[in-house]
Design a protein. Structure first.
Length: 228
């Protein structure tokens, strides 16, 4: 006989899965917000014309940071923040705090590139036209370029949110009670392996699919406003 699925545990343990899903969303939302803020800083570090001689220290710092973060696994970054914060700085981060910090720092590297691509997509003539009207570079960026770039940036940030929801599962490695961790709890209680994984798979899909459709709706609205 083939394997018989057993979901009889679900009525009793579904609140555990829901608590894990809530924690996943909280971690992801906070991480994307902080990641967007820090990613903006990284972008402007790369574009500001600050020099020491011919050397641009802010550009090099931001570039090296982004390349290191994008070139190393998320789980490694989470473990390094969790263990390294106390070892090097004396900060006793809780598992949740360490996970949020690590995921935020990771997200920032990707968001900075999203912002760069969004701003680069705006026609260079827009900046030139604004400058010809007497605006400073900062005023031109703030009043002309950024409002147009936001329409390019927002859908990509939404996609980053979806990616962070999935990547936040790695926080379970340090004991954060998110969705993957809740599956481990249920597996240990009901002595079933596959069924709890199927449940969290469905919950992950519901969260990412719903967010994806929401972002697609906002993207259509932004395109409609351009047409008008």
């Amino acid at each position: 006989m083939g394997y018989q699925f057993d979901f009889s545990f679900l009525p009793q343990y579904f609140p555990v899965f829901l608590d894990g899903a809530k924690m996943t969303l909280i971690i992801s939302l906070i991480s994307v917000c902080f990641g967007t803020a820090f990613g903006s800083v990284l972008y402007f570090m790369k574009t500001v014309n600050f020099k020491i001689g011919k050397f641009k220290p802010l550009l090099w710092i931001a570039t090296i940071y982004i390349e290191i973060v994008r070139g190393t696994p998320m789980i490694l970054q989470i473990l390094m923040v969790y263990s390294g914060s106390a070892l090097f700085f004396g900060w006793d981060f809780s598992p949740l705090t360490a996970a949020v910090v690590a995921i935020s720092l990771n997200s920032a590297a990707y968001v900075s590139e999203i912002i760069r691509a969004g701003i680069d997509a705006v026609d260079k003539g827009q900046m030139e036209a604004a400058r010809s009207l007497g605006m400073t570079k900062v005023q031109s960026m703030k009043m002309v370029v950024l409002p147009q770039a936001v329409k390019n940036i927002m859908p990509a940030v939404g996609n980053e949110f979806v990616a962070v929801i999935k990547e936040s599962s790695m926080a379970s490695f340090i004991g954060v009670g998110e969705l993957m961790f809740s599956a481990d709890i249920v597996k240990g209680s009901v002595y079933l392996v596959f069924e709890p994984l199927m449940v969290i798979g469905v919950l992950y899909f519901i969260m990412t699919f719903s967010l994806g459709r929401l972002m697609a709706y906002f993207e259509r609205r932004l395109k409609a406003s351009d047409i008008r």
